[in-house]
Each structure stands twice: as structure tokens, then as C-alpha cells.
Write a protein that binds this ligand. Sequence first.
Ligand SMILES: [Fe+2]
Length: 152
Amino acid sequence: MQGFDRRKFLKTVGISAVTAGLATIVGSLKSVSADEVDWFQNVNRVKDPLNKTPKEKGHAPVVQWPINIKNGEPFNLDIQIGESLHPMTSNHYIQWIEAYLGTDLVSRIEFSPLCPQAKVTIPVAVKESATLRILTRCNLHGIWETVKTVSV
Ligand SMILES: [Fe+2]
């Protein structure tokens, strides 16, 4: 009969404890962040404009510009996040807004939770009709995009 190997026993118990600890940590991370992982896996968009979900209503950028835009003349692009403004609290807020004409970045605005409103006005000029892309990021609900065509 072999004697008790104290060193081997402690090594086995230690590895088991570490493994169990990691499994617990990984398990808790999965359960805590399961919702967030879904939001952060893709760029989110309104799927059905006539039947928006509450998350879509609260996060999709809403953009407005003047009716008459002249070739090459600056105009104001008004952007707000959500149909009813997205909250700006220390736990849940809009981190940034980006505006693109086609693939060209026009402007990027960073926000902290101290900014009271998730809205901004950006001067823009276009020389021909262009695809306007507005991207924004909520710290809890990921990146959201709205795409519109600006006609001159
Ligand atoms: Fe959000």
C-alpha cells in the first residue's frame, strides 16, 4: 500500500479549487452580460420603421436637416439619439455620435454622463446627393445606426 502523498493531494485540491473558481467566475460573467453581448455583437438598426421596438425608439439616431439644401453650402444637421431622448446618467448614457457622408467621417462628438442631452447639431455641406450615416454608441446597448439620403 502506498503512503499518503501530501504534496500530490494539495496540488490536486488546489487545481480543483482554481478550476472551480474560474468556472464560477466565467458562469457569473455569462449570466450578467448575456444581454449586453447580444447588443454589442452587431451594429443595431431599426428593423421595421412602422413597428419600432422600445430599444429602437430609444437608441436609433433621429436626424433632421433643412428642406432646401444648396450645392456646397453648409447647413445644420440636427441629431438626437432616440425619438424621446436617450437618458444621460452615470450608469446609462450615450458615449459618442459620428456622422459620415458615404464612408467619409464628417464629425465625431464624445459625451460623458455629465452631458445633459444626447443631441448635437453639426454643420455639413454636400456637393451632390449623398448617403448620410449616423452612428452612436450606448454604454449598455451597443452601436446604433441610421442611414438617410441627403438630396441637393
Ligand atoms: Fe441605452
